[in-house]
Ligand binder design. Structure first.
Ligand SMILES: Nc1ncnc2c1ncn2[C@@H]1O[C@H](COP(=O)(O)OP(=O)(O)OP(=O)(O)O)[C@@H](O)[C@H]1O
Ligand SMILES: [Mg+2]
Length: 310
């Protein structure tokens, strides 16, 4: 369904001196039809950059993205519109997506009107009614402004908007990290239900490994712009291979369900700083071979890892 090939993204900025920062480093993976791929990694590792690049919101430095075997980034005109209409994203801050001066029904009708010019008002209303039911909103919410809804309700409106566009692929970029824990579970359940009902492929991004493993068929771990391990969710939890993944699973199973504020890592000063593996300075398994850039290798069925020591 979705295939990402050797995607690279460098940001270049600076006031006094121009600095280039590699936010995505040769990222490749696939997401099958109807599948959920969970993406975990600590803050700043490049998760949102990957999401935005995949949806064409920012251009990559190099690399390719295939959607149903067709290259997406080089598409132009109507084809591009059609393409990106089938891929949608749910952001961390849903309140920025809705126009604060538009009542909810207008925010819902707007994308539908663009996609389906030929629906009359009655058909519009009936479709909106179905979608409201799907995301658990009430008719009375339609005549409110976004500031008259709770965070969880706003995220449901965003889901309803996306659903009205009949997407085939959704990226959820930490969709509930701004919500209260009790509301988080409701929104996540709705997202899962919609995904299963409509057979949508999903890239689910989160800091929370437990949440990701509940949502996902497979899990990908990102570290400093690189995917370092991909495995089926249950296999990953039982048998993480990369030393960073082992630390992640250990941290999450020891009752902490999020990354600790000071980060997970303690640097080992004795390690050659020119090492091509970016995890080497923190790695307990460090050895001479880690000076070569790690390559993703298959370890068992559907389990891939980028580490020479595994
Ligand atoms: N427009 C930009 N210009 C320069 N650097 C950027 C830009 N956007 C992001 N970055 C940098 O790229 C890196 C990856 O950022 P990104 O937002 O993708 O991380 P993330 O994994 O989504 O983090 P979080 O979990 O906190 O959302 C960070 O170091 C960030 O500072
Ligand atoms: Mg992010």
């Amino acid at each position: 369904m979705i295939r990402v090939e050797e995607l690279n993204k460098s940001y270049s900025n600076g006031f006094i001196k121009r600095v280039t920062y590699k936010a995505l480093d040769n990222v490749s993976f696939t997401i099958h039809s109807g599948e959920t791929l969970g993406l975990v990694g600590e803050s700043g590792c490049g998760k949102s950059t990957l999401a935005r690049t995949m949806l064409g919101l920012i251009p990559p430095t190099s690399g390719k993205i295939f959607f149903k075997n067709q290259e997406a980034l080089s598409c132009k005109g109507e084809l591009k519109k059609e393409f990106y209409g089938k891929m949608q994203i749910i952001f961390q801050h849903p309140e920025n997506v809705l126009n604060p001066r538009m009542k909810i029904y207008k925010s819902l009708m707007e994308p539908m009107a663009i996609r389906k010019h030929n629906l009359n008002e009655k058909e519009f209303k009936s479709e909106i009614k179905n979608i409201l039911q799907e995301v658990g909103l009430l008719e009375e919410h339609l005549s409110r402004y976004p500031n008259e809804l709770s965070g969880g309700q706003i995220q449901r409106v965003v889901l309803a908007r996306i659903l009205s566009l009949k997407p085939e692929f959704i990226i959820a970029d930490e969709p509930t990290s701004m919500l209260d824990v009790s509301v988080q579970a409701q929104v996540i359940r709705i997202l899962k239900k919609i995904q299963l009902n409509y057979g949508i492929s999903l890239l689910f991004i989160s800091h929370d490994l437990e949440l990701v493993s509940w949502m996902s068929d497979r899990i990908a771990v990102m570290y400093q712009g690189q995917i370092i391990e991909i495995a089926p969710a249950d296999e990953f939890y039982k048998n993480p291979l990369h030393p960073y993944s082992c630390l992640l699973v250990e941290t999450f199973t020891s009752l902490q369900h999020s990354f600790p504020a000071g980060g997970l890592l303690r640097e080992n000063d004795n390690i050659n700083k020119l090492c091509r593996c970016s995890y080497a300075p923190f790695c307990p398994k460090y050895g001479a071979e880690c000076e070569k850039a790690p390559v993703m290798r298959k370890k068992s069925k559907d389990h891939y890892v980028a580490c020479w020591k595994v």
